[in-house]
Write a protein that binds this ligand. Sequence first.
Ligand code: NAD
Ligand code: UFG
Length: 357
Amino acid sequence: MDGNIEEAKSKSILVTGGAGYIGSHTTLQLLLGGYRVAVIDNLDNSCEEAIQRVAQLAGKYGGNLTFHQADLRDKEALEKVFSVEKFDAVIHFAGLKAVGESVAKPLLYYNNNIVGTLNLLEVMIAHDCKKLVFSSSATVYGQPKEVPCTEDFPLCAVNPYGRTKLFIEEICCDAQRADPEWKIMLLRYFNPVGAHPSGIIGEDPRGIPNNLMPFVQQVAVGRRPELTVFGTDYKTKDGTGVRDYIHVMDLSDGHIAALSKLFETNDIGCEVYNLGSGRGTSVLEMVAAFEKASGKKIPLKFVDRRPGDSETVYASTEKAEKELNWKAQYGIEKMCRDQWNWSEKNPWGYRSPETTD
Ligand code: NAD
Ligand code: UFG
């Protein structure tokens, strides 16, 4: 570990979207691993408090973190960030991610996610920084015909959000084909949940949560009366949808593994890895685990399937295990314990009832 820290000390990483849920946890792990980190975020779906808490949790490494409030679509602002510091690699989390909103506002999604990424890639080239880790998603498997999903499955997108991920994957691969100096890791996340075990940082979505666990969390702390369960007639163990939940700390460590591989290996082109646990869990199993962890009853309302939802999605983790030497450690009990710890300590996330929408 000390050897790794020594090596990381000389490296500087730009993290886009580092104030957000996955970005804040990964930024912390990078700092603790000895990297210097600059975060760029427009705070569209996050707040600066998250950055301050990351610095606090990082202790003696907290001084290695800098924050730039800027939008990736503002190329001049990006240029400015790159002109004050030389980066060895970029981890690119910044993007909009709400599926329903992407259907209602597709141009906003294409503009934010794709134009933002194009600007980033262009500025990276201009500053000769050609190592990138990109946040893709299991959404690129669409509704998979079989599971577990392996990285070579056919890809498709079923909504504008998914299309931005698919397009960006292809843009990255094209850029790398045209210029083999690029080294790119496309990481397809499954369902990140949980929080840092301290309960000091966690997920704090704006508005009504789209995803299962943030919703469950808000029911548990009394912000919402009940959880709506979408679909009870899937051909699964209990009729509810099955997903691959992965602890956000495991996911963060997956990024460190991908980054190490980028630095250590010469013949990386544009590589894709699933980051999941490899296990399928139903909605009702997840709710039961959260009830056990929190001691709170989650009232349920059963309704029809949510349009566009898949029945069962989980990852094949073989490639990441073999090539990144990374494997998720935590099960759903720990995910729920840490999620509850965060929500009990921060029922309104980073904000207060007055400032929460
Ligand atoms: P998040 O919304 O918490 O974090 C994204 C951050 O990016 C936010 O802090 C937001 O303010 C920032 N941002 C958005 N657009 C920006 C722009 N144009 N310029 C600068 N900053 C901008 O989301 P997250 O859950 O941490 O997700 C991170 C990434 O992982 C996203 O790209 C998301 O699509 C992807 N992903 C997330 C999930 C999930 O379930 N959470 C699953 C698969 C993939
Ligand atoms: N669910 C409910 N009630 C809710 C929310 C969700 O029953 O209030 C169910 C869904 O029907 C699904 C499961 O809980 O069966 C998980 O749903 P999420 O919305 O949390 O996650 P999804 O797998 O549907 O989708 C998420 C992101 C996608 C991303 C995918 C994989 O929203 O963008 O994870 O990363 F592609």
